[in-house]
Design a protein around this ligand. Structure first.
Ligand code: PGA
Length: 256
């Protein structure tokens, strides 16, 4: 049985006050909500504060991060290592987000190396995949997702996906309000799972595949009603406690 995961990607948003308010609000809203894992990925600057606040509140919310670099230590100015993320209690690490692929020219191969590096250090990669609008219109969605996944599968074996999370995020749906329909998303999720199943049915059955891209309280239920959608990676709506909590509650309700 796959356990749903609703994760908030805060992107480049936050302040000490905002971190404190949002965590307080989320803890209040999520008290008593069972059957869903909830994670937040604040900017790395605020991991320390978030870890302290979550600890003090004995919160069930998991801590994550939005990126990792590829070196363990040494002369790599500006880099952050897996051990540093672990040191602050982060467990779920987003890699391959389309904004990093686009603005930082991260290739499939580069992202796959990050995937391996996280696994090596016992962290959970949240691997983002997804197509552009042009690729979508050209009917290339499944091929693009398969290629992005194969960068991991072909170098690390399909079993590397055990315990990892995949986030299918059509780029045209991110931050645009133009979400994929639940039916379209389900079709792609099923195709992604089938692609993995061709290598291992067991891995495909167990891997969590989130949908991301303009998920809101208003559309969340429809996604989670789909058999192959196991949660969501949420941007904008994750910055408002009651919106994000409503999405997590919808996942808990639909999947249990
Ligand atoms: P959005 O972002 O929910 O604001 O569309 C999702 C994401 O980029 O992970």
């Amino acid at each position: 049985m796959r356990r749903p995961l609703v994760m908030g990607n805060w992107k480049l948003n936050g302040s000490k006050a905002m971190v404190a308010d949002l965590i307080k609000g989320l803890d209040a809203e999520l008290a008593g909500v069972e059957g869903v894992d909830v994670a937040i990925a604040p900017p790395v600057m605020y991991l320390d504060l978030a870890e302290q606040l979550l600890g003090k509140a004995e919160s069930k919310i998991l801590l994550g991060s939005q990126n990792v670099d590829l070196n363990a230590s040494g002369a790599f100015t500006g880099d952050i290592s897996p051990e540093m993320l672990k040191d602050f209690g982060a467990t779920h690490i987003i890699i391959g987000h389309s904004e990093r692929r686009e603005y930082h020219a991260e290739s499939d191969e580069f992202v796959a190396k990050k995937f391996a590096f996280l696994k090596e250090h016992g962290l959970v990669p949240v691997l983002c995949i997804g197509e552009s609008e042009a690729q979508n219109e050209a009917g290339e969605t499944v091929a693009v997702c398969a290629r992005q996944l194969d960068a991991v599968i072909d170098t690390q074996g399909v079993e590397a996906l055990n315990g990892a999370v995949i986030a299918y995020e059509p780029i045209w749906a991110i931050g645009t309000g133009k979400a994929a329909t639940a039916d379209d998303a389900q079709r792609i999720h099923a195709a992604i799972r089938a692609h993995i199943a061709a290598k291992s049915e067991e891995v495909a059955k167990n891997v969590v595949i989130q949908y991301g891209g303009s998920v809101k309280p208003e559309n969340a239920e429809a996604y989670f009603a789909q058999p192959d959608i196991d949660g969501a990676l949420v941007g904008g709506a994750a910055l408002v406690a009651d919106s994000f909590a409503a999405i997590a509650k919808a996942a808990a309700k639909a999947k249990n």
